[in-house]
Design a protein around this ligand. Structure first.
Ligand SMILES: Nc1ncnc2c1ncn2[C@@H]1O[C@H](COP(=O)(O)OP(=O)(O)OP(=O)(O)O)[C@@H](O)[C@H]1O
Length: 303
């Protein structure tokens, strides 16, 4: 009988296979088991996430991709304990998630810094809240601020920072509380491409230096491939796991990683399964409907 060979199989060198199998032998950091989530929409139940099973291992960098509406943000919010689910379970290490907790840090696209606090105060906030003395929290905050090169901005307010700087503060503010897992939902989506790439490099540098598992949601396939050890690919309606893909790229990732043949092959593969031809056909249908409306036609009263 013919065995199914993965289209990317040839790109997995022995070194990459070894690294990937070592990751899967580490202790579990996050376990999602048979997770189901429904929302009410116009009085009807809509099944948003269906039977999601996934495990992330300690210090693994996981990216989640999938078409719009497949439930990526909902999944992050469920892990954060900000939403409840009907069926299934989520564990951080062996602790069941039943609400928000300090074992999970979150960074969103919108800069969630306290605008009335300086960079230093923002980073200190969680530390003093959890009972650390002001002096120790300040010393700790400075170490984190140094790590991301923002020493000169320790006393600046968020409105005085660029988008990239704000996200660096949001990341260290989350990390200062020593979570076991960092949940990131499109954290760099609002940045221009150059700053986005800079932030991706920063994040990889931080991740390499501390003991943290990252669960990172993105629309951007390049970003997912550049950052991840594994990519959790979801499909929509209902949101389901389509595939869990180990990334066939060595570490450390460098600038020219983005131009390597294995990167381009992975991108082509992801494009095909995340945005399959059917979606293109649907889009083409929509476009031809738009084209059918003549420029002289009255604009329907729906706007
Ligand atoms: N609070 C809510 N009430 C009702 N429906 C919701 C709610 N939150 C999300 N949904 C619906 O659940 C589905 C999944 O939403 P979600 O934001 O998780 O998807 P996503 O994959 O993150 O989308 P995108 O990539 O566009 O951000 C969508 O159809 C959305 O409309």
């Amino acid at each position: 009988m013919l065995k199914n060979i993965h289209p990317l199989a040839n790109w997995f060198t022995d070194e990459i296979k070894d690294r990937n199998s070592r990751i899967l032998q580490r202790p579990k950091a996050l376990t999602i088991s048979d997770l189901h989530k429904t929302f009410e929409h116009k009085g009807k139940k809509v099944n948003v996430l269906n039977a999601i099973d996934f495990t992330a291992y300690k210090r693994e960098f996981v990216c989640v991709v999938g078409p719009s509406g497949c439930g990526k943000s909902t999944l992050a919010r469920l892990i954060a304990g900000l939403e409840t689910h009907e069926v299934g379970a989520i564990h951080i290490e062996d602790k069941l998630v039943d609400g928000p907790g300090p074992d999970r840090g979150m960074v969103f696209q919108s800069y969630s810094l306290f605008p009335w606090m300086t960079v230093k105060q923002n980073v200190m906030f969680g530390l003093t809240e959890s009972g650390m003395s002001k002096n120790s929290a300040e010393a700790e905050a400075f170490q984190w601020i140094d790590l991301v090169g923002l020493e000169k901005f320790a006393n600046a307010y968020p409105h005085q920072l660029s988008g990239g700087m704000k996200q660096r503060v949001a990341i260290i503010r989350a990390l200062a509380n020593q979570p076991k897992i960092l949940l990131m939902d499109e954290p760099f989506a609002a940045l221009d491409p150059q700053n986005r790439l800079k932030m991706q490099r920063y994040l990889l540098e931080i991740w390499q230096n501390i003991d943290i598992t990252i669960f990172f949601i993105t629309h951007d396939l390049d970003e997912a491939i550049y950052l991840a050890d594994r990519i959790l690919i979801l499909e929509a309606n209902p949101g389901r796991v389509l595939e869990t893909l180990s990334v066939p790229l060595p570490r450390p990732r460098k600038e020219d990683t983005l131009l390597s043949p294995e990167f381009l092959a992975t991108k082509a593969y992801l494009e095909k399964i995340v945005h399959p031809p059917q979606a293109e056909v649907d889009m083409e249908d929509k476009l031809s409907m738009v084209r059918m409306v003549s420029v002289n036609s009255e604009v329907p009263d729906i706007f």
